[in-house]
Design a protein around this ligand. Structure first.
Ligand code: NAD
Length: 301
């Protein structure tokens, strides 16, 4: 048995509270005749993407958001996807939508994102929304980084003045999170180090941090020897590794939980940490999109 004193940050519980608050906001919108709508677009038949899209649809139903779904054949020309995007941009019932990544190789994902109406870009990936975020005037915070911020807040972690090391520089997690945490704002004001595949001496950079966020897509990359005593550890990673069970695989994070938990003061589990927060923050952005488009003020959590 290992000796775990760390607080386990319960993403399911925090996400559930956020969903409850959103349900109130959705009722306010519905009372004003403005039921929020979210559409998902899936090109191809990647099984993991299908699962994600189904979960997003189910989440919508639970809180009272109308959900729509568009399937595009994986072999279809990119123009077919662009046509669907143009239709969604014009559809007043759809306040927000996401094009599930990855798209097939013959489709340029950057071009896809550029075609999404920035007002409906609830992923927050459109260049206009990225620019606004960097400028400190975010319209939609990308769901995973926003979820990480909410988890830190719920766990009582002060980011002001904290040294935060982020492992990973992707456009959907590492980069936007770094940008959010350096903002002059209550949930920012951190000093951020962003590490990536070319970083030298990763362990030195994580060990000196008050908060470590692992978002590398590398199973159990960050172990206890890389965590400073009393640090807060947020594990964004979700990796399938072979396992001797019925499914033949299990999900592990980017952090070696047992050894990291011996050093950390608080840590997120995988699953049950960041994952549920990402889903909740997509609902948040959809409610915000509806509120902005319909001109109905709501209180957001
Ligand atoms: P990505 O592959 O786009 O980016 C990974 C980043 O990590 C890159 O910037 C790379 O330079 C860096 N990296 C990889 N190996 C490294 C190493 N050994 N040392 C230092 N840096 C390294 O991945 P992503 O889309 O940002 O996702 C990261 C992980 O988070 C994945 O496991 C993904 O499944 C997971 N994820 C989870 C959620 C969630 O809701 N829980 C959401 C998004 C992504």
């Amino acid at each position: 048995m290992t000796d775990i004193d760390a607080e386990i940050i319960d993403g399911n519980a925090v996400a559930s509270e956020i969903r409850d608050d959103l349900t109130d906001a959705i009722e306010t919108l519905a009372d004003a005749g403005a039921r929020p709508g979210l559409a998902t677009v899936l090109m191809g038949d990647d099984p993991a993407s299908e699962t994600y899209v189904n979960m997003k649809q189910r989440d919508c139903e639970e809180v009272g958001i109308e959900s729509y779904h568009v399937d595009v054949d994986g072999d279809a020309p990119a123009e077919e996807l662009y046509d669907e995007i143009a239709t969604l941009n014009e559809d007043d019932d759809v306040h927000g939508y996401i094009v599930q990544a990855p798209v097939p190789d013959h489709v340029d994902y950057r071009e896809v994102i550029r075609r999404v109406d920035p007002a409906k870009d609830v992923d927050g990936f459109h260049p206009e929304n990225v620019g606004r975020l960097v400028a400190g005037d975010a319209r939609f915070r990308p769901c995973t980084p926003h979820g990480v911020q909410k988890l830190l807040e719920a766990a009582g972690v002060e980011t002001e003045g904290a040294d935060v090391t982020i492992v990973g520089r992707s456009d959907i997690v590492g980069k936007p999170l770094a940008n959010l945490l350096i903002q002059k704002a209550d949930d920012g004001n951190a000093t951020v180090t962003v590490c990536h595949s070319r970083t030298e001496d990763l362990a030195e950079k994580t060990r000196s941090a008050d908060v470590v966020v692992a978002a590398a897509g590398a199973p159990e990359l960050v172990d206890g020897s890389m965590i400073g005593e009393g640090a807060v550890v947020i594990d964004v990673g979700v990796n399938r590794v072979d396992a001797d069970n019925e499914k033949g695989y299990e999900l592990v994070g980017d952090v070696e939980f047992e050894s990291a938990a011996e050093k950390a003061s608080a840590i997120t589990p995988v699953p049950g940490g960041v994952g549920p927060m990402t889903r909740a923050m997509l609902l948040y952005n959809t409610v915000k999109a509806a509120s902005l488009q319909e001109g109905v003020d709501v209180e957001l959590p």
